[in-house]
Design a protein. Structure first.
Length: 345
């Protein structure tokens, strides 16, 4: 059966495209191509650019959150910084805390407390690259038993495999044995934090999940050498809460560390001077690089504490790391520790 031919409607007539219409269509195509090229190749800070060098734009576009100030005023008549010496790690910790009025002045019944140790590397505790797990074990017990905290959490975002770092460092076992809950990072645990006054991380991905409902924060950092900023101490410890492509900050290491000093206003800072990594930091790896510092420092001025530890535990005299001067300028503390320290032996 032959196919039926289809004829155009008798009223239809095709008209040739006018030169003006052809020109308009050509201009439209060119404009669309130019716009697409601009969006793809324009620098990141240009309007409507689609470039995402920092990785921040790949995160869901939510309103950045802000952290509260976790600080507590020092106990009346007490010093701002305490040194604990002699005895096992738990004994030194108690002495350092007693020197500033006792931990129960800073943490009250019902508080939810976050502890931030340094668990950055897959290293055993004696290498000095991570926080001594004995300190974490003792601190958690003090918080749960002496202070009657409602909950204690331990969290960090390690540079190497989180599970391996928490296991090898002994932090996971020490935390869970004493009653704390360990938080490991995953892609959904980060949100953009707004830090007013920060130069490099004013709006930056932050390990938020463990901070939900937390009202007290304690940093516990090992005292160690650092090949870029000369020392990794209490202020530098907060670097472990950043997400995103944080390794790019190595190019301006002193600025980023000073930003960290205003990102977190901790309730307490604790410096672990039990195994001091004197060189080849921050990773370490050779036991000969580690010395027994026999000291734990606790206090409420992390800048002054870092200055003291730099001079007295790392034995570095002269100029302090530049980030401490910058942190002081940003109002995070004072490098002048003289007359503000009480030692308990």
């Amino acid at each position: 059966m032959a196919k039926k031919k289809i004829y155009p409607h008798p009223d239809y007539q095709s008209e040739p495209m006018k030169r003006r219409d052809l020109f308009r269509k050509g201009v439209g195509v060119a404009a669309a191509s130019t716009a697409a090229a601009y969006l793809a190749f324009a620098p990141e800070d240009f309007p409507f650019s689609l470039k995402d060098a920092t990785g921040v734009r790949s995160f869901p576009q939510t309103v950045p959150f802000q952290l509260p100030d976790f600080r507590v005023e020092k106990a009346i008549g007490q010093f701002e910084i305490g040194l604990g010496r002699t005895g096992h790690a738990g004994s030194k910790l108690r002495k350092a805390l007693d020197a500033i009025g006792g931990i129960s002045h800073y943490v009250k019944p019902g508080d939810i407390v976050l502890i931030k140790p340094n668990v950055a590397f897959d290293r055993s505790p004696n290498m000095g690259a991570t926080t001594n797990p004995q300190i974490i074990n003792e601190l958690v017990q003090l918080l749960l038993v002496d202070c009657r905290a409602a909950e204690v959490r331990v969290a960090d975002n390690p540079i190497e495999s989180p599970a391996d770092c928490f296991a090898k460092s002994g932090i996971q076992e020490a935390s869970e044995r004493s009653g704390a809950r360990v938080y490991l990072p995953d892609n959904n645990a980060f949100e953009v934090l707004n830090t007013p006054g920060a130069t490099l991380i004013e709006n930056w991905p932050f390990f938020k999940r463990p901070f939900k409902n937390v009202n007290k924060v304690i940093g516990v950092a090992p005292v160690k050498d650092h090949n870029l900023c000369h020392a990794s101490l209490g202020v530098k410890n907060w670097y472990g809460l950043l997400g995103g492509r944080r390794n790019q900050f190595h190019q301006d290491i002193h600025e980023i560390v000073s930003d960290l000093s205003i990102m977190i206003r901790p309730t307490l800072s604790i410096l672990d001077g039990t195994h001091v990594l004197m060189k080849n930091g921050p990773t370490g790896g050779d036991p000969s690089d580690v010395k027994d510092g026999d000291t734990i420092v606790a206090g409420i001025d992390p800048v002054a504490m870092d200055a003291w530890a730099f001079e007295n535990l790392l034995n570095r005299k002269g100029e302090l790391p530049q980030y401490l001067y910058k942190a002081q300028e940003k109002g995070s503390g004072s490098i002048k520790y003289q007359g503000r320290i009480r030692e308990v032996t």
